[in-house]
Design a protein around this ligand. Structure first.
Ligand SMILES: C[S@@+](CC[C@H](N)C(=O)[O-])C[C@H]1O[C@@H](n2cnc3c(N)ncnc32)[C@H](O)[C@@H]1O
Length: 669
């Protein structure tokens, strides 16, 4: 029972809790002097007056909070419990800094471009995460990532925040041919851990925003960075959001790369955003077969012993759970009262003769008495007490089970991951892309996702996550959607993949999804005919808007003549459509698109009439065209500014919509 507090609320604590919801990383622990109660003049927490003990309590890290609310680096060291490394503030700044970039659709590389609800984003995930902030804010149920483990051989993408990194890159000439900043993070680099942490910090911060409140993130990692990643996640997600550190046995034979031991496992770190509830796992066929009893009304069940087993199972430890239960030997029914019918007393006794205890207290037993029975022990004089555990019932749904805290089995092995890629992409040596096992990601998806949820993987690699999601959808006719993000990291010319024609890892990922999707669809043609195996390819690129749009001050006055068009020449209507969707912050980015011609002009309709976009230019937009469009009552409409001959046409068009479709939100670019 909750205790009455008997004092007015502690507003400081409440305020800290409110801030923690927005900025969990800014909550820290500090030591403070014991507080004096002003009414009683007593010290808090029973600390004696001359004690030199400190109270450690929650507090706000104002430096970090100032950094969150600032566009430049904030200085200020302070003694407090937190994870720190050189470059942390810059990483936060990087996460918060806006970018003038967009996502450009690429039909040729997509599958079912107009109808699919899956996305494949090609580019640096920091940019992708920023671009998705509004569209997917609070919408993603599960994030899975398998980042570079910082083994000393990885390339990491140096974010553009640090002059020293830039200088270093210029000096060492490690920019790739596109000017990207992929650097080898070798352990001789003085900032080996710091660079990796900075890279992860900014991305995890942005990723957290995308999670639903009941969402969850799973991160694969190995011994190298597991401890710093856990502390980093404590900061980004909050310590209370930690769900588990799961060792995954992925190589039963053991690797031969360490002197100390043969490594057989790596880890998955799991954090919730706020209130994740796991679906658990489906029971295996063998486990279902154990429910081999049946009630008169057809429900399958198994008997389970009421005597507690495992930890805290003795009378000494749980005296309240030790009491007699009385059995009617004729009917086997049980009662808490002893009378002529219920004459047989049964006590919880352990096999070593020690007094044990029951699983439930008296009240719970009384409430569930209908499913409890006395059962004679075969070959002995004594009786046990058992209760019915049902398989699937209309009330409780399908029986599920909790996954164990260690994952082990061939479906999680590195080998199965490599085989899956090798069989789909025979020319590629799968080891070069280090794919995860489909079974591992399928299990996380099963635990976390309902049938229509969204899953994001922003270190997609060979896109095992997409494969696993399509697989699970095929099994249960689900409509889960995926968003993959992958850098077009160049394949080394010496790799099998390069020789087989794949220039980048992103090309491998897309081809894997195409082939895996086709195979899964063929295998499940009858049971899952509507399976979405498509994906819309969007590439991170510079904004569609000419520079003047972002820096009008920097353009000299006499250059303005001829710059009436604020859109770059090489951008298509479809490019503009996607930037509009992003800027509008709606989730239409993965919704079906239809193109129609109205009064001679091309119009895009997204998700029926959620958005209508016409990017006609040179004054082509007429009042007649607008009347036809307004009749459709679209929710949002966007035109290109130069589509209006002059301001009077624009005003008339506004009037037309006000009259014919007053709920339409009208905008121009
Ligand atoms: C370990 S692999 C992921 C393997 C993947 N789980 C699979 O099953 O194939 C990590 C991937 O992240 C990609 N990557 C690294 N930095 C990135 C960045 N900044 N943005 C997007 N992808 C990145 C790398 O190219 C690499 O393919």
């Amino acid at each position: 029972m909750d205790k009455l507090k008997m004092h007015s609320p502690d507003f400081v604590e409440e305020n800290i809790a409110r801030l923690a919801e927005l900025f969990p990383n800014c909550v820290t622990e500090v030591k403070s002097q014991p507080r004096m109660n002003t009414n009683t003049h007593e010290l808090d927490q029973n600390i004696s007056e001359n004690s030199c003990e400190f109270v450690v309590k929650k507090a706000i890290d104002f430096d970090l909070l100032r950094q969150e609310l600032s566009t430049s680096i904030v200085e200020g060291p302070q003694e407090r419990y937190h994870l720190n490394w050189p470059g942390k503030r810059e990483a936060l700044l990087t996460a918060n800094a806006p970018i003038a970039k967009t996502l450009r659709p690429c039909r040729e590389e997509s599958v079912d471009f107009d109808t699919t609800e899956n996305l494949f984003i090609e580019g640096d995930n920091l940019d992708a995460l920023k671009l998705l902030q509004e569209t997917y804010l609070g919408k993603v149920k599960m994030i899975y990532i398998d980042p570079p483990y910082n083994t000393g051989k990885d390339f990491i993408y140096a974010d553009n925040f640090s002059e020293t990194t830039e200088e270093y890159l210029l000096e060492s000439g490690q920019n790739d041919e596109k000017g990207n900043r992929l650097i080898a993070n070798t352990d001789s680099n003085g900032r080996f851990h710091s660079d990796w942490l900075s890279m992860m910090y900014s991305r995890l911060k942005l990723a957290r925003n995308l999670l639903k409140n009941d969402g969850v993130i799973f991160i694969s990692i190995d011994d190298g960075e597991v401890s710093s990643l856990r502390k980093l996640c404590d900061e980004v997600f909050g310590m209370n959001s930690f769900l588990g550190l799961i060792p995954v046995i992925n190589n039963m034979k053991g690797r031969n790369d360490k002197d100390f031991h043969a490594q057989v496992h790596e880890y998955i770190i799991a954090y919730e955003k706020e209130c994740f509830v796991s679906n658990g796992l489906m029971l295996s066929a063998e486990k279902r077969a154990e429910y081999n009893q049946i009630t008169s009304d057809g429900k399958k069940f198994q008997w389970r012993d009421l005597r507690k087993r495992g930890g805290a199972d003795t009378r000494r430890e749980r005296p309240n759970l030790y009491y007699p239960i009385y059995v009617n030997p004729d009917t086997r029914d049980v009662s808490l009262k002893n009378d002529d019918s219920f004459s047989l007393e049964v006590l919880p006794v352990k096999s070593n003769g020690e007094d044990g205890c029951w699983r439930w207290g008296r009240d719970t037993l009384q409430n569930r008495i209908a499913i409890v029975q006395g059962r004679p022990v075969r070959g002995k004089e004594s009786w046990n007490i058992s209760y019915q555990v049902f398989l699937d019932t209309p009330e409780s749904g399908e029986k599920r089970e909790k996954p164990k805290s260690v994952w082990m089995g061939s479906e999680f092995s590195t080998d199965s991951g490599t085989k899956a890629v090798n069989s789909l992409l025979p020319g590629v040596n799968a080891k070069e892309v280090a794919p995860k096992a489909v079974g591992q990601i399928r299990r996380m998806a099963e635990m976390a996702l309902s049938k229509s949820d969204i899953v994001l993987d922003f270190f997609a690699g060979s896109a095992t996550t997409a494969h696993a999601v399509m697989q699970l959808n095929a099994e249960d006719n689900g409509k889960r959607k995926f968003i993959m993000v992958q850098l077009p990291e160049a394949c080394d010319e010496k790799t099998e993949a390069f020789k087989a024609g794949y220039k980048t890892i992103a090309e491998i990922s897309k081809e894997r999804i195409r082939r895996a999707g086709k195979k899964i669809k063929e295998e499940n043609a009858i049971t899952a005919p509507d399976l979405d195996i498509g994906f819309r390819v969007l590439k991170v690129d510079s904004s569609n808007m000419a520079d003047i749009y972002y820096t009008p001050d920097a353009i000299e006055q006499d250059l303005l003549t001829g710059l009436s068009n604020n859109i770059k020449d090489d951008r298509s209507s479809e490019d503009l459509l996607f930037q509009v969707i992003l800027d509008w912050g709606s989730d239409l980015i993965s919704k079906p698109i239809k193109q129609e011609t109205i009064a001679g002009l091309e119009v895009f309709f997204v998700e029926n009439n959620q958005l209508a976009a016409c990017f006609a230019k040179n004054g082509q937009i007429t009042e007649n065209f607008c009347k036809e469009l307004a009749e459709r009552q679209p929710l949002r409409v966007v035109f290109r500014d130069s589509g209006f001959k002059d301001d009077s046409v624009k005003i008339n068009v506004e009037q037309i919509f006000k009259l014919m479709s007053p709920h339409t939100d009208l905008k121009t670019i």
